[in-house]
Ligand binder design. Sequence first.
Ligand code: TYD
Length: 211
Amino acid sequence: MNYFITLEGPEGSGKTIHARTLADYLRAQGYEVLLTREPGGTSIGDQIRRVLFTLDNTSMRPATEFLLFSASRAQHVDEVIRPHLDAGGVVVCDRYYDSSLAYQGYGHGLDLQYLRAITDFATGGLKPDLTLLLDLSVEDGLRRREEGGSWNRLDEYSLEFHRRVRQGYLELVAAEPERWVVIDASPSIEAVQKEIQAVVEARMSHEGTEG
Ligand code: TYD
């Protein structure tokens, strides 16, 4: 059975560790799992990632940012995600187009209609089967991020920006509740991972019985 899971959430919500642990868990259940992330996931995507995140590129415009994320995504979907799904595998992806809607759309105020149209073009309309929002207050997220030491150019945006991002995610959830599950990311990594596994197992077995 193919299945496409994405993890979303603010900085410091633990998506990366949870994506990795979830992928290991699903592999142990016998699934063929591709663990990947955005921006990146391909050699071309990783080159784009460097342009996006280097602290030198302070003059980068929001539209440029969005188009670079989208370019990385187009390559990612066509080169790795879609082939893996077509071969009957499970994909666990750390961020996908909802990040662009939340950060470049709600955060920077770019027109969501354009963003959706370009996203459809970049992804060929490929939507996740399930998206987990690891929700955390903006203050807690940025604090964890600073402590974790992987600060990048986008983390420098204001607190207000990060508040709009979180609010944006919640609006995306409200608009498409059947695709999303919101997970409180404030408890321990172990407790959050347990909840993630329970949610994923329930959703995948439901899908399996539906055919
Ligand atoms: P990253 O270092 O991958 O870590 P994390 O996901 O743990 O925050 O940083 C990704 C950054 O890129 C993050 O600030 C969100 C941002 N981003 C966008 O603004 N738009 C996008 O489409 C994507 C994929 C990411």
